[in-house]
Design a protein around this ligand. Structure first.
Ligand code: NAD
Length: 302
């Protein structure tokens, strides 16, 4: 099937296109930024409906990733977020509905939980399940909540099924920071692309018509770990990953920042059959094999 990726020159788009091709699909790549690729590339702006219509023509499925995100909050205005994330998503849906596509995967974020991430009492850890209230407290999270709502609306109005994937952080980082980030809502970019493939398969198979899913690296923590995760995270981490404390200290990590939240992954596993391949335990194994690695700062994240 021909699959349109908006924002295809970005981190997710570049990880996803080869997976789609490998699975026998024909990716159509759409971006405002040129990309060297062997696949079909359409240059254009999601803020212009006619551009998106041109890109979606002849495709059967859309993966919408074009957006500015959390890291852009400091140097972009709310109007820019509105124009790209809201108008861009609106145009993508308009064009997708006009072309009669079979489904759409929307790139959401753990930022949709907003204030729910900090409302817990003293010593508690915020467990952010998909049915946690969405209380975005910045314009980025707000545009993504509105984008999820657009998906539900277009499902009702045009009968087009869709899924919103609430990704953790996957902006490229050096090895050490990327690994520690897995404890703080990080996820591997390849796992993000795999989650899109799983969502697409479920939508095309008709096993799901709508759903929103956490896509973060899985963590073994429980609510009872809350006080420990805040006060002495290395000790809790060491209990779940024996030897982690010594390994981290040997790399210059004297302390970890308090862990105040985690995102259970059971829903994606149950409904999409998706579980990330890369997790903190796997990263520790890689770290053991790279004795030259040192944390630049302690704590190494955020
Ligand atoms: N990277 C993360 O950590 C993260 C976390 C949570 C959610 N997300 C979401 O996942 C999606 C993909 O993230 P990413 O890291 O791959 O993003 P990215 O910034 O790497 O890529 C976004 C792409 O969109 C393109 N784009 C920007 N303006 C455009 C326009 N007007 N028209 C067409 N294309 C345009 C950019 O050129 C870029 O190639 C985004 O929707 C983002 O909000 C990302």
């Amino acid at each position: 099937m021909r699959v349109l990726i908006t924002g295809a020159s970005g981190t997710l788009g570049r990880a996803l296109a080869p997976m789609l091709a490998e699975a026998g699909h024909e990716p159509v790549l759409f971006d405002i930024r040129p990309l060297e690729t062997r696949h079909r590339f359409v240059a254009g702006d999601v803020r212009r409906l006619e551009d998106v219509r041109r890109a979606v023509a002849g495709t059967g499925f859309v993966v919408h990733t074009a957006a500015i995100h959390g890291i852009h909050l400091k140097d972009h205005t709310p109007q820019q977020f509105h124009d790209l994330n809201l108008t861009g998503t609106f145009n993508t849906w308009e064009a997708a509905a006009g072309a009669g596509v079979e489904g759409l995967v929307f790139s959401s974020t753990m930022g949709v939980y907003g204030a729910s991430r900090t409302l817990q009492g003293d010593g508690a850890v915020a467990v952010l399940r998909e049915d946690t209230p969405l209380l975005p407290n910045d314009v980025y999270g707000y545009t993504k909540v509105a984008g999820e709502e657009m998906c539900r609306y277009h499902g009702r109005k045009h009968g087009i099924p869709s899924v919103a994937l609430r990704y953790g952080m996957f902006v490229p980082e050096p090895f050490f920071r990327e690994g520690i980030r897995l404890l703080y809502g990080g996820v591997d970019a390849l796992d993000v692309a795999r989650s899109v493939m799983a969502a697409m398969d479920a939508l095309l198979a008709g096993t799901i018509r709508w759903g929103a899913f956490n896509i973060e690296s899985p963590l073994p923590f429980a609510e009872a770990d809350g006080p420990g995760l805040r006060r002495d995270p290395i000790r809790v981490v060491d209990a779940y990953y024996p030897g982690a404390g010594d390994l981290l200290r040997g790399c210059g990590v004297e302390q970890l920042a308090p862990i105040t939240e985690y995102f259970p992954m059971q829903r994606a596993e149950a409904e999409l059959g998706f579980r990330p391949e890369r997790d903190f335990g796997g990263w520790l194994e890689e770290l053991r094999a790279r004795p030259e690695e040192r944390a630049e700062t302690s704590p190494p994240w955020p």
